[in-house]
Design a protein around this ligand. Structure first.
Ligand code: FAD
Ligand code: SF4
Length: 338
């Protein structure tokens, strides 16, 4: 491990001042991703700015009926918060589908958004990787790419975003509040994570000298007709091969509002507005779910080891939409609606 300096600012303004003084410095919150990356020599920050004790752990109701969640609230506390369980159960389910209890106790809300890909080559400093070292090439394209992207990838990088929580936040249309040297700004969740393009080293639109202070949930929580379906190699403690977060609003069997986001398939949680639009105004049925799934996957491309994900995603979307329609979010059944 290389030497690094350590600082613990007492407020957000001081944290921003410290990172602005050396943008190669890194904030550390729960440390569950950053410390691993440092041990493996993937990240080499000269200075760690410990934000774990900043007072950013509150959950506050907003005037328009939503919730503002502090960026340092542990994932466990967020998942089990009574207002989140009641009004945003899709978010609770997604968080509890991730990692382990011990990790969720340490992991913070802001850190979860910024966790890095689980591409094996990214963690192996002996392998070329454009995300870790721009311009060196991508070992996964012609290598073992079973967990990699089927949507939105580029020639430079085919990595996926590993978070479960972020898939639900995408479907809920959360906002990310950040503070930087020039003040505060708010980023729509859809614009927070990036596709790799020719700059795969940049995962998000967050500036190097900005700190996440809060996540805001809008009033609409899809508390009745929702699900988070995660398909993985083991039943627990494994990242998603494919996951689907669904929120529906139904009236007499007709879909009034529909959201669904996919995890494990792209460099960011994947939403497709055309696929969601195809559900609105329609009677809920397997036929219409399959049409939405096909639309959502119309540009999917498989590689040597991950082509199976296209059919897996298609079936997962149909199943998840069925679970949400029946209000049976944990059901293992793939029973037809009609
Ligand atoms: C074995 C294992 C299994 C896992 N399984 C899953 C899983 O199945 N699903 C899943 O979703 N996740 C999984 N995780 C990932 C885990 O959820 C993340 O590691 C965690 O959410 C990161 O949060 P943290 O607070 O520990 O971040 P840290 O490690 O402290 O930081 C991560 C990054 O975020 C930056 N950062 C942190 N907070 C802020 C902030 N407020 N503002 C700006 N920058 C910030 C840091 O500088 C760093 O770059 C797993 C992790 C491990 C180790
Ligand atoms: S997929 Fe991305 S993270 Fe993985 S080796 Fe290629 S460039 Fe690196």
């Amino acid at each position: 491990m290389i030497n690094f300096e350590y600082a613990r600012p007492s407020d957000v303004a001081e944290a921003v001042r410290q990172v602005a003084a050396d943008p190669r410095a890194k904030f550390i919150a729960g440390g569950t991703n950053l410390i691993d990356l440092m041990k493996k020599d993937v990240e080499r920050p000269p200075r760690l700015i410990d934000i774990s004790r900043l007072p950013l752990t509150s959950v506050i109701e907003t005037p328009d009926g939503g919730l503002r969640i502090g960026a340092l609230l542990p994932n466990t506390d967020l998942a089990y918060h009574p207002l989140v369980e009641q009004r945003y159960p899709m978010l609770s389910s997604a968080i509890l589908a991730g990692a382990s209890q011990q990790l969720r106790n340490m992991a913070s809300t802001g850190g979860n958004l910024l966790q890095r890909t689980r591409c094996y080559y990214f963690y192996d400093v002996a392998s070329p990787c454009n995300k870790r070292e721009p311009g060196t090439g991508c070992s996964a394209v012609a290598g073992f790419n079973r967990q990699h992207a089927i949507l939105g990838a580029s020639e430079a990088c085919i990595a996926t975003h590993p978070s479960d929580m972020c898939v639900a936040l995408a479907a809920l249309e959360a906002k990310v509040h950040v503070v930087g040297p020039t003040g505060e700004r708010t980023i729509a969740f859809a614009d927070f994570h990036r596709l790799p393009g020719i700059e795969p080293q940049r995962d998000t639109s967050l500036g190097a000298t900005e700190i996440i202070t809060a996540i805001e949930l809008p009033a609409r929580g899809f508390a009745r007709n929702y699900t988070y379906l995660k398909i993985r190699d083991r039943l627990s403690y494994a990242f998603a091969l494919v996951s689907v977060a669904v929120g529906l609003e139904l009236e007499n069997g007709t879909i009034k509002e529909a959201r669904f986001a996919l995890g494990g398939v792209a460099h960011k949680p994947w939403r497709d507005e055309d696929a969601e639009a195809a559900l609105r105004g329609q009677a809920a049925s397997e036929v219409i779910f399959a049409r939405a799934a096909d639309l959502s996957l119309r540009n999917a491309k498989g590689l040597s080891h991950n082509a199976f994900k296209i059919d897996l995603a298609r079936r997962a979307i149909v199943r998840a939409l069925g679970q949400a329609t029946r209000a049976t979010p944990q059901s293992q059944s793939n029973k037809a609606i009609r």
